[in-house]
Design a protein around this ligand. Structure first.
Ligand code: AMP
Length: 442
């Protein structure tokens, strides 16, 4: 594959251009102003003019960089510029890995197209297909879809992709992680060969480059963030604590800090439910989202959280992927992820689009190996702090030479009352294979 231009963008820029200079039309500028955006983010600054020129784009951008507007705004402008008044075939297809992300992109598309005569809709699994089919029958210009439901409806002859002019693959790395490669390849056989294609991915792995090589034409490569770096604006902190005290600690933090909107990550669905129950019992409104929850429950929880009715959203990694809550002030890793890249995605929920955020991780003895892997990936030590009254106790005797944990069941702490030095085991060497035993929980 030949890449014709490479833009490497510094993550944090001090001088921005204005939206007016990007070549966007008045209805879009009005919608942007209505959203309250004053300056384009780096990815928008580069992507918008390139997409408007009709070029293919391969963009490395994490959630939180403003990538959705980066592809949606020019896409809307292209579609609005050449509309056929009576016919509404699907002219733009946006594929994303999760239902939440799909719903969120639709919300954005509708906000940005408020002053245009463009129709858009979303389809994803886990809900009845008939309302989706009815909307499709009435004609839409833009379809946002998760791969499974898209192919399902296509197989049933309920939609056609033969008029697609612009194809967007969003969070392509996560789609590959989730096993959607075959589905994506199938979609590519259903859209016209002559089209504009935009691929967004948090990282540019070999697999992504291979995928891109197969179906992008002379793409412009845009990198908004260096691979595997954390957002500069996120204030990260580690607290070394005893595992059994984590629930009490997080409840105290939220209450004493009067935190009104906190996203908490657990490794397991069961852990998310348990923590959520504990929070509710202590008087904090909380909801859990994970793969065992129905789509309705997930949507309701997310809406309640966004509206400020629910103070704490407890989520597993896959369920939380792509969730967009503007200016999310606090992210807490109740447990560290066992896949280090997930740490980067998790803390990307805060400090979004220029806002400051705090990402706190509660780390128990058995997670020392995960922390080391994360710091290795980030190539930096995360600052540590102490929570008074909750300092970490002694590590269990077997800990220094322990293998990577095989399951997540709590270990009995030796010193229930704490009082030990939180820093004691910071550098204790747990030698084990960093890449083994990696599994995410949805
Ligand atoms: P995204 O990376 O597309 O998920 O966007 C992250 C968040 O940034 C969303 O809440 C957007 O509404 C917001 N956002 C996108 N572009 C801008 C901008 N130019 N100025 C301020 N906020 C923005």
């Amino acid at each position: 594959m030949e890449f014709i231009i490479i833009y490497k963008l510094p993550f944090h820029k001090t001088i921005y251009m204005s939206f007016d200079s990007l070549g966007l039309s008045d209805p879009l500028l009005k919608a942007i102003a209505k959203k309250g955006y004053t300056t384009p983010s780096p990815i928008q600054e580069k992507c918008i003019p390139i997409v408007l020129q009709g070029k293919d784009v391969l963009a490395s951008a994490q959630t939180g960089t403003g990538k959705t507007a980066g592809f949606t705004l020019p896409l809307l402008q292209i579609l609005a510029g050449a509309q056929t008044p009576n016919k509404r075939p699907i002219r733009a297809l946006i594929i994303t890995p999760t239902r939440e992300l799909a719903a969120q992109i639709l919300e954005n598309v509708r906000e940005y197209s408020i002053f245009l005569k463009i129709k858009s809709t979303v389809i994803f699994g886990g809900v009845k297909q008939s309302p989706q089919v009815n909307t499709l029958r009435n004609g839409v210009d833009i379809l946002i879809a998760t791969p499974g439901r898209l192919l399902d409806l296509q197989d049933q002859g309920l939609l056609s992709l033969r008029d697609v002019e612009i194809l967007v693959l969003d969070e392509a790395d996560r789609m590959l992680d989730m096993g959607f490669l075959r589905d994506i390849k199938k979609v590519l056989t259903l859209v016209p060969a002559k089209r504009q294609t935009l691929l967004f991915s948090a990282t540019f792995s070999k697999d992504i480059k291979k995928l891109a090589g197969g179906f992008l034409t002379n793409p412009v490569l845009v990198e908004a963030t260096p691979e595997n770096t954390t957002a500069e604006k996120v204030n990260q902190k580690i607290y070394h604590v005893d595992k059994v005290k984590k629930r009490a600690i997080i409840i105290q933090m939220i209450k004493e800090g009067d935190w009104q909107q906190t996203l908490v990550f657990t490794r397991t669905k069961h852990g998310a439910n348990k923590l959520c129950e504990k929070m509710q019992k202590s008087g904090i409104t909380a909801a859990a989202i994970h793969g065992n929850k129905t789509q309705g429950a997930r949507t309701k929880a997310l809406a309640g959280f966004k509206a400020g009715e629910i103070r704490v959203l407890v989520a597993t990694d896959i369920a939380a992927r792509g969730i967009d809550i503007p200016l999310l002030p606090h992210v807490v890793n109740f447990e560290l992820p066992n896949v280090p890249e997930d740490y980067v995605h998790r803390i990307g929920r805060t400090g979004r689009a220029g806002a400051n955020g705090i990402a706190i991780s509660l780390v128990s003895h058995d997670e020392a190996v995960y922390l080391r892997d994360i710091e290795k990936l980030l190539k930096q030590k995360i600052p540590t702090g102490i929570i008074e009254g909750f300092e970490q106790g002694e590590a269990p005797a077997e800990d220094p030479n322990a293998k990577r944990p095989q399951n997540h069941s709590p270990r009995k702490p030796r010193n229930k009352n704490g009082g030990g030095n939180w820093n004691r085991n910071k550098n204790s060497g747990n030698r084990s294979n960093s890449n083994s035993n990696r599994r995410r929980s949805d």
